[in-house]
Design a protein around this ligand. Structure first.
Ligand code: DQQ
Length: 662
């Protein structure tokens, strides 16, 4: 059944719409399936967990029924007493004086508005169940991902002392499948003059004889950005637990003309036809973001090549640059040194100025160490983004195990720093994505959650050919909706499409066009995730079709956070972008919901939006999902399959106690 005024103020008296399936009766039951970290139990349970972890890693699906670990009601009952008074605190600036941008959310809720009285139940709910997170404290960029001797290695920027950026060292974890992880001891700490102010981002290169070298940026005792070399102490150790820094570090210092705080984040090296290893390092000159190029034979001494690989005026400092080949013919990934016929090259830069990751596809001229974008109008930093929500400082690597290129991205918090400090943690890594060239358009990449995430799928609900009339909202009865993998297709009424094609051109942009509450002839329509029954909180993920200035219909893909939470001290931006929909294609979306993260992939991964949302009511057993159509003219027909998702095992591992088998 439908709600004919789906987006009226949430505070009105709402009659519950009839469920499309049978109505769920457990709105307030805690979700007992999920395992929650409760500190006091961790030590006692660690032995059991290890056994279970290894079972999970080797393929056994385990459901989490243990009420002692997931007893949300206990948390809830204690919460009212814990509600703090509204707080007024001025946020500290972090990072800028050290020579990186503001890494911490400036939202505080203290200066312009009162901080929401978050309670422990709400805050604990935000922790994810199948995304990579350290046990506690602050994390940012992915570093040096690689596959080695049967294990995926993941390193990351980590503050061992708190939930804010600072004291940066390298955290380290390993996995058999990119989903279940063992936390290992820190790989590198700030123990040398050349990285005393931080062991910053870097990349791994696997040499043809299987040796691993790691290049990373150190912020020196004087906050100069230099590049350093490190390698595993024991290459026969598949877990690569111990790392040694090269005695001749630093191997590179800022060259003449480059500011000492604008020289960072070396890439994975690739082989040139002359047999040298080549890397790029991000920098800027005035407001032009650039990538400096270096060749080396031994990773210890380097030759700086004339000019730059590429630069774009107005884009500012390029952080975490990435450079890699993609195949024009195959969907398999390409090893970083691959080149030749049928190969295009991607340049990615993380723009320090706007904190987004931009890429462009183009041609690599190896001889002259230059790269040219296919379309200068959508050059790096002024065109396409990996993700139109929160996604930064990403890094790709070639997975020789499954012959694919995988992309990791840092997903920061968008609540207040104060809330992060109370939670004791900040930031996630997005679900690793497989990336390949979109063969149909030839102009963009496709990004898709790695197939291993499907191993977490539990029970599923299917809804076929659901007709959603203009101005209606249809609840989907799937029970608790906090850990989901959703696949949906939408078809719009043909007559309405034709009529709109005749109508006047409409200006539209997700971010400034009034979100899911602005009604047009052909949109918005899509899903409401993390909504409570009366939709006092809801996060719409949706399409919006308009007639463009060129006379053609244009499709936009958006996520509207404006009503995602009743709290005021969280980011409520509306995200989105244009997405190509080719002749004969249906509109399609995949959404991963995992507590405070919603990752959405439209049209097979042509456009992606990651958001962090912090509901206060649509949590635990009260979280629901709806399909909606807020268009004025067209009925939408949708088919969906929705899986409940299991939790991943992400646990500490103490190598001195026990080693997992290979
Ligand atoms: N994060 C690191 C830097 C990098 C920045 C410091 C990007 O190496 O430029 O934590 O988020």
């Amino acid at each position: 059944m439908v709600d004919s005024q789906p987006f009226l103020s949430p505070s009105r008296d709402v009659l519950l719409p009839t469920s499309y399936g049978s109505l769920h009766d457990g709105a307030d039951k805690p979700d007992r399936r999920r395992r929650r970290p409760i500190k006091g139990l961790v030590a006692v349970a660690s032995g059991l967990l290890m056994v279970a972890l290894m079972a999970a890693i080797f393929g056994t699906k385990i459901r989490h029924e243990d009420p002692t670990n997931g007893n949300v009601s206990t948390l809830s009952s204690s919460t009212l007493r814990e509600q703090p008074a509204a707080v007024t605190v001025k946020p500290l600036s972090r990072g800028v004086s050290a020579g990186v941008s503001e890494k911490t959310n400036r939202l505080f809720g203290g200066e312009n508005s009162a901080a929401f009285p978050w309670n422990n139940s709400m805050l604990s709910w935000q922790r994810t169940a199948f995304h990579f997170q350290p046990e506690k404290n602050w994390m940012n960029d992915p570093n040096g991902p690689l596959f080695y001797k049967g294990w995926y290695h993941f390193f990351y920027q980590y503050n061992p002392n708190g939930a804010v950026w600072g004291n940066i060292v390298w955290g380290h974890a390993v996995s058999k499948d990119l989903i279940h992880w063992l936390h290992l001891p820190l790989a590198m700490v700030a123990d040398q003059w050349y990285d005393q102010n931080g062991v910053w981002s870097g990349s791994a290169t696997i040499l043809p004889d299987n040796r691993v070298v790691m290049l990373y940026t150190g912020s020196t005792n004087e906050s100069v950005q230099v590049q350093n070399l490190a390698y595993p102490v024991d290459p026969s150790d598949p877990l690569l637990i111990k790392w040694e820094k090269y005695s001749g570090n630093p191997v590179l210092v800022p060259p003449p003309g480059i500011n000492k705080k604008d020289f960072r984040d070396p890439t994975t090296a690739w082989l040139t036809s002359e047999g040298k290893w080549r890397i790029i390092i991000g920098s800027k000159i005035n407001k032009t973001g650039i990538s400096l190029v270096y060749d080396t034979l031994d990773f210890k001494t380097y030759e700086r090549l004339d000019g730059i690989l590429h630069g774009v005026p107005g884009t500012g400092m390029w952080e975490c640059a990435d450079f890699y080949p993609v195949s024009e013919v195959s969907n398999e990934g390409m090893e970083t040194s691959a080149n030749g016929l049928g190969v295009r090259h991607v340049v990615k830069a993380s723009l320090d100025d706007d904190r987004h990751d931009y890429y462009a596809i183009g041609t690599y001229d190896e001889k002259n160490s230059k790269w040219y974008p296919d379309n200068p109008k959508i050059d790096v930093g002024i065109g396409i983004r990996y993700d139109y929500g929160i996604f930064y400082a990403s890094k790709s690597f070639y997975d020789q195990n499954k012959r694919r290129r995988i992309l990791w991205g840092w997903i920061s918090e968008s609540d207040s720093e104060l809330a992060d400090v109370r939670k004791g943690w900040a930031s996630l890594q997005g679900i690793p994505r497989t990336i390949s060239l979109d063969k149909k358009t030839g102009t963009n990449l496709l990004q898709w959650p790695v197939e291993e995430v499907e191993s977490l799928r539990l029970t599923s609900s299917e809804f076929n050919d659901v007709q959603v009339t203009p101005g209606s909202v249809v609840p989907l009865d799937i029970g608790t909706a906090t850990q989901l993998d959703i696949v949906a297709e939408f078809e719009m009424d043909k007559k309405a499409l034709e009529e709109t094609a005749k109508a006047n051109y409409t200006e539209f942009s997700c971010s400034i066009s009034g979100g899911a509450w602005q009604r047009g002839a052909l949109g918005p329509f899509g899903l409401l995730v993390l909504a409570d029954d009366i939709r006092s909180e809801q996060t719409p993920v949706y399409f919006y079709i308009v007639k463009g200035s060129d006379g053609n219909l244009k499709t936009f893909f958006c996520t509207d956070q404006s009503r995602s939470s009743v709290a005021s001290d969280v980011n409520k931006q509306i995200y989105g972008s244009f997405v190509s929909v080719l002749e004969g294609e249906k509109l399609s979306v995949r959404i991963l919901v995992d507590h405070s993260i919603v990752e959405s992939f439209a049209q097979g991964g042509r456009a992606c939006i990651t958001s962090r949302v912090y509901p206060t009511r649509a949590i635990y057993g009260a979280a629901r999902i709806f399909v909606f159509n807020n268009a004025t003219e067209a009925t939408v027909t949708t088919s969906l399959k929705i899986w409940q998702m299991n939790s991943a095992f992400i646990r500490p591992f103490h190598p001195e106690k026990k080693r997992p088998s290979n």
